[in-house]
Design a protein around this ligand. Structure first.
Ligand code: ADP
Ligand code: MG
Length: 257
């Protein structure tokens, strides 16, 4: 299979443990190019750990994880695997954007300065080019008028939209979202979801950990329910939500309603 035909994300029996604690027990998932996968499941089921493995914040212990056909975290030599150098890992990570629950903006930089930071520092774009692009990204998330505002003067929803613009500034081929609306007041959730919805419509490949079932139902191509470090059930979100096959999925969903 050529790289272009392979899914954007392929997880093949991915395992991760912290000492004796086995957190991921063989996760097998695929996300096609331009697809949105929503990951749901109870706290502690391993959702964040899975995203962190995809984004090089953790190294998997067994199984294989590929993004865009590249093995994450390891080099294959013959049939042996060698852990990747930090430099190579950093290179792979550049193409993956991540948005966290707690926006993690630089507090002493304006919205615009937050967005141009990585393109100028990592990609060595000129400040003028990066600024022009940042303004169009801030416009895309509806915040061009807040370019010179510091994070503390922005609402949580606005900060999260800046965080999305900041991730997009690196022109990622994959975007990971870890409960992007969980820290927001309810009235601010919609503005962030609508930016994510537009991003999905633009063709971005996305993996989204969320408790927003309406978003999952309408936007996701695939929904996976994780519990205890395994994918218990996955499929078309409308089907999984309306007619969960597994008792654990039924139990989880009934508590959300
Ligand atoms: P979720 O995002 O689904 O709530 P996590 O992936 O954050 O779950 O965590 C899964 C399990 O792994 C939890 O039991 C958590 O305590 C544990 N865990 C996560 N990160 C670490 C770590 N760095 N060291 C030890 N245990 C961890
Ligand atoms: Mg989590």
């Amino acid at each position: 299979m050529s790289v272009a035909e392979r899914p954007m994300v392929e997880a093949d029996r991915v395992c991760k443990n912290f000492g004796s604690l086995q957190v991921l027990k063989g996760i097998t998932l695929q996300v096609g190019r331009g697809e949105v996968l929503c990951l749901i499941g109870p706290s502690g089921s391993g959702k964040s750990t899975f995203l962190r493995c995809v984004n090089h914040l953790e190294v998997v212990n067994a199984g294989r994880l590929y993004v865009d056909g590249d093995l994450i975290g390891y080099r294959e030599r013959g049939d042996k695997l060698h852990e990747m150098s930090p430099k190579d890992a950093a290179k792979q990570r550049r193409d993956i954007g991540m948005v966290f629950q707690h926006f993690n903006l630089f507090p002493h930089r304006t919205a615009l300065e937050n967005v141009i930071e990585a393109p100028t520092q990592v990609k060595k774009q000129s400040k003028a080019d990066a600024t022009e692009r940042a303004r169009s990204l801030l416009d895309r998330v509806g915040l061009v008028d807040k370019a010179d505002t510091y994070p503390a003067q922005l609402s949580g929803g606005q900060q999260q939209r800046v965080a999305i613009a900041r991730a997009l500034a690196m022109e990622p081929k994959l975007m990971l979202f870890d409960e992007p609306t969980s820290a927001l007041d309810p009235e601010l959730v919609g503005e962030v979801l609508s930016v994510m919805r537009e991003l999905a419509a633009s063709g971005m490949t996305m993996v989204v950990v969320t408790h927003e079932m309406g978003f999952a139902r309408e936007v996701a191509d695939q929904l996976a329910f994780m519990d205890g470090g395994v994918v218990v059930e996955k499929g078309d979100p409308r089907e999984v939500l309306a007619n969960p096959q597994h008792e654990r999925t039924q139990g989880f969903l009934s508590k959300l309603l």
